[in-house]
Design a protein. Structure first.
Length: 491
């Protein structure tokens, strides 16, 4: 059986074919494409029709390479969405979560409803770009889109709709909106009412593995394709990445590392209490009866923006040279809190890192390697902080950390993470989201009995590199300084 997974990240997308050979997963990337947001006027949008075009290109390549799939699944980032009108058309390009239009929305809703009320219902971390704040901002601006909208579809829902004509909401992504009641397992009508939305916009979410239609007949004719079923996988890319964690037991800590870093553990029931609210943790839907107790960390975004702006200024070196310059810079010279709002939006990260350091009484880093080292060291020290909080909230103790995602290709980051957390790091697989996407499709087809069997096959199919902690005394001292200088509270 050949399976096709589309894995869409904030910077790029991939079409990956999966097959089983002697009970080992073999993957092949057949198409990769950029995912570039578009700024029009003062607003930032996703180029959703370009993404749909690239999805079609993946199908064309699969046909040309005689790899036509028996099933298709799509995963992507969370919170963003499209609105469908009366005639079934997309009403406008979806806003990008880094667009400014949500400014002040989270604070307004917390003042009106209280953070406790919102968290008690949803169990979701407060982030200024969550779907609830995007929709509130649109309502406050009297957007005509909300008046015309008949259905709300998140990004994978929307791309599936383009493929199949079926409008279906999926569970893991629905929970990230901060509009889904984690206890009642349905959209929260009181929250929807408060921001002026009808529950009819939102379909009952299906669980990962649910059948989600077949390719439209018009698309089959246009591309010369057979009737291919589409599966609603764990469509939040982090949910798919967690499916692919090759853990030996049901109790493990994970870090999905990319543009965003998401660290947490699987739990059977959402952890919704005063401490989780205070620590701003989240309870996002997982696959097969689980929730993902985790925290969003700004991740590699800061370095990616710093690198992009440096290249725009003429600093063109290889990624390997970036890492070499980082490693050669003085250790523990300055720290930032990666989750400070200063680093949320696109722009000149070098200036922002230096600004943060000045504001906290530190000597600002200057050279490319010095700034990069400040970013990476601060990031892995934040990993330690969040890992310890995850243990407190989940009442679990973890022997090490599973790292998955593209970020594990940065071996320095993996080693520094092990140093910072003082425990082993098990890094792999790199294409975690795509592999989890494939695994859910195979489970839906009956090829794997359940997620345990899928994880066992993943563990046997992909290498996992082990990083043991080093230089523990120096990193322990750095952690204390990091907490003091960034005002990260001691729990």
């Amino acid at each position: 059986m050949t399976i096709l997974a589309y894995d869409l990240g904030a910077g790029s997308g991939r079409a990956i074919v999966g097959r089983l050979n002697d009970n080992r997963i073999v993957t092949q990337e057949i198409h990769r494409f950029s995912n570039d947001p578009v700024k029009v006027g003062d607003h930032l949008y996703w180029d959703i029709l370009r993404l749909y075009h690239e999805i079609q290109q993946g199908l064309i390549i699969a046909k040309q390479e005689q790899m036509l799939p028996d099933s298709i699944g799509i995963d992507s980032w969370a919170v963003d969405f499209g609105l469908i009108g009366r005639q079934g058309e997309l009403l406008a390009n979806p806003y990008h979560y880094r667009d400014w239009h949500t400014h002040g929305s989270m604070e307004r809703l917390q003042a009106e409803l209280s953070a406790e009320r919102i968290f008690e219902a949803t169990g979701i971390q407060f982030l200024s770009f969550n779907t609830i704040y995007q929709l509130e901002a649109m309502g406050r601006a009297e957007s005509p889109l909300l008046k015309e909208a008949q259905r709300f579809l998140m990004i994978p829902d929307l791309l599936r709709y383009f493929l199949t004509g079926e409008m279906i909401n999926e569970f893991t992504n629905a929970t990230t909106t901060q509009l889904y009641n984690a206890r009642q397992q349905e959209w929260d009508r009181k929250l929807l009412s408060h921001i002026g939305l009808s529950p009819s916009l939102f379909g009952k979410p299906v669980q990962p593995g649910a059948a989600a239609g077949h390719l439209r007949s018009s698309l089959r004719v246009d591309l010369g394709l057979p009737d291919i079923p589409v599966t609603a996988v764990a469509e939040h890319d982090t949910a798919s990445a967690v499916v692919a964690v090759p853990a030996l037991s049901d109790s493990f800590a994970y870090l999905s590392c990319g543009t965003w870093s998401l660290m947490g553990t699987e739990v059977k029931e959402p952890v919704i209490n005063e401490q989780a609210l205070e620590l701003n943790f989240t309870n996002e839907g997982g696959a097969y009866g689980t929730f993902r107790l985790l925290k969003n960390i700004m991740g590699l975004w800061i370095f990616q923006e710093f690198k992009r702006e440096s290249e725009r200024g003429g600093h063109h070196v290889s990624y390997a040279d970036w890492i070499n310059d980082t490693e050669a810079a003085p250790a523990f010279a300055a720290f930032i809190d990666p989750d400070d709002q200063l680093f949320l939006h696109a722009g000149d990260m070098r200036s922002r890192v230096r600004q943060y350091c000045r504001q906290t009484g530190q000597q600002p880093p200057d050279g490319y390697g010095e700034v990069a080292r400040c970013i990476f060291e601060s990031l892995v020290l934040k990993y330690r902080y969040v890992l310890e909080l995850t243990e407190q909230l989940s009442c679990k103790t973890f022997d090490g950390l599973h790292m998955v995602g593209g970020g594990i290709q940065n071996r320095l980051l993996c080693q520094w993470t092990a140093n910072a957390i003082r425990r082993p790091v098990w890094a792999g697989p790199a294409e975690g989201s795509a592999i989890g996407n494939l695994a859910v499709q195979w489970i839906a087809q009956g090829t794997f009995r359940d997620i345990r069997e899928a994880r066992a096959v993943i563990r046997d199919s992909f290498p996992v590199e082990i990083y043991e902690p080093q230089e523990q005394d120096a990193w322990e001292d750095a952690y204390g300084r990091f907490r003091r200088l960034t005002a990260v509270p001691v729990q």
